[in-house]
Ligand binder design. Sequence first.
Ligand code: PEP
Length: 253
Amino acid sequence: MNFRKKLIAGNWKMNKSGAEAADLVADLVAPLASQTEVDVLICPPFTALETVSRKLEGSSIKLGAQNMHAELSGAYTGEISAPMLRDLFVTYVILGHSERRQLFGETDAVVNTKVLAALKNELRPILCVGETLAEREAGDTLRVVQTQVEAGLAGVYAEHAASVTIAYEPVWAIGTGKVATAEQAQEVHAFIRSLLVTRFDDTIARKIRLLYGGSMKPANAPELLTQQDIDGGLIGGASLEARSFLELIEAAA
Ligand code: PEP
């Protein structure tokens, strides 16, 4: 039996002006006012965080960021720190998204420093892991995922582990319309869960939520979300429009 509350998280990436973000939040807040079965999180771009934060006052929808720097302050032009996010009532932060790894050169070591900094500053990290198409075709999926999970969680204390969420996002499925089958996703999720048992223990491993990400849509969500080790979704494209995001939340309930 799976007792973890599902989490549906929207990653808006580099989309939405402040005004557009406010409109989208307004379209989510009212329909979700009495929804308690699923945890809902939205991760707007930095520039819309303050606007969205104000609009979410009194709502159960949680606010997340898409990245942060590991240092608290200093000469890091263009970067944002954990205390700055906390200041805006951000509670989650996506770390190590494959776009950050591929386009901005984030290594496992960099991602790990961010995970540790997030936990130290009472933010809940969503650690993203996943293989490329070439890695899957070479039969390397589990090895790649194991390296990313172990490196990403290096130095995380057991008492903080339940604040971590891991998102399995096969790179070949992100923004491509190619979704992993429920069996492919469940296989990797069960493997990640087994890594967590080894790294922490069975009780902690059962508390950590594992999200699937990669072209999740209302049509494919029900099958994915009923897998034993899939505890929700990290959603890109389908989170940019209220109707599809609400349908995904409905599918998780
Ligand atoms: C993502 O960016 O985390 C993602 C899963 O995107 P999409 O849903 O668009 O594939």
